[in-house]
Design a protein around this ligand. Sequence first.
Ligand code: CP3
Length: 353
Amino acid sequence: MAGATLSGVPTTEAPLLLRAARREATPVTPVWLMRQAGRYLPEYRALRERHGFLELCRTPAAAAEVTLQPLRRFALDAAILFADILLIVEPLDLGLEFARGEGPLIHRPVRSAADVARLKPVDVESAVGSVFETVRLVRRELPPTVALVGFAGAPFTVASYLVEGGASREFLWTKRLMYEAPAAWHRLLEILADATATYLNGQIDAGAQAVQLFDSWVGALAPDDYRAYVLPHSRAVVRALRSGTPVIHFGTGTAALLPLMREAGGDVIGLDWRVDLDRAWEAVGHDVSVQGNLDPAALLARPALFRERVKAILARAGGRPGHIFNLGHGVHQTTPVEHVAALVDMVHELSAR
Ligand code: CP3
């Protein structure tokens, strides 16, 4: 076993996040935050004034710097690679753009079986070779106690952007394709699942110690639709990954999908704030770890106020090994920086055993 001698005395302690992902007991609960790098940080905004978003993502030195920015301020237990879930689809030539203030746009969306038939498999190296270099640069800078989390979008969530052409509330184009042209839908998700597995294995080979699969919008689906149209593809990604690297499987609005997400795979299931952590953990089973699940909006109020919510989450985790503290979704750009600092310290203080 990594990090242990025959006498059971640990020599080189693995990062807390990796130990929690294996459900080992840790002295404090590890904490990191989705979108911990980004617009709420003045040093990120300063870089963004001079560089486009895709340019930042694709320039290894810049992306490594952005990844490390929150680590310089806060006692986080993990860094998350700075990149985006849509980088991988750029070679599909669908007109990907990050418009200011609008989020991602796809100018030529994939809406029919004929559109899917025109897609070629993704050349992963050309799409995201620079991301692998970012991983190498970041890993070199991080202390051994801090884990580097790589990530990719899950096939459903990435497909939803390709089909909708951007963000969506109801996912009507996506569901229409799924229901009306199931063979094309499955082909589209296969193309994405293949590329995603290669992408994540590339991140692992470059030094990512855990990977998170973001299925951010999958909560839009009925459980039967998840089972039929999504689960096989998310499972194919997880199964294709190098063994030994923990996989965090995350989505939002997933209260009714948690057992199915668990079935699809992952060592850690990511929870949003719409579920009670203890009940959700029961639903996925105590033989996996869980990550979450503070409402990101809680950080807009004073630390004295969100402290109670942090306590409540830790109480629901009940000191059971295998809890990684996180928000239920990403940090909002209006979050005061001092509140993030207070949260990270609070989790360590309140969970110390
Ligand atoms: O710190 C981190 O978590 C790492 C960086 C990261 C980004 N995107 C940077 C980013 C990660 C993990 C992502 C994943 C991502 N991207 C997801 C899944 C996570 C989630 O939030 O659900 C999704 C759905 C996307 C697609 C995407 N990229 C959207 C919807 C947007 C716009 C959202 C917004 O807040 O405006 C982006 C742009 C984006 N990705 C930004 C950042 C820092 C803002 C871009 C900017 O600087 O203008």
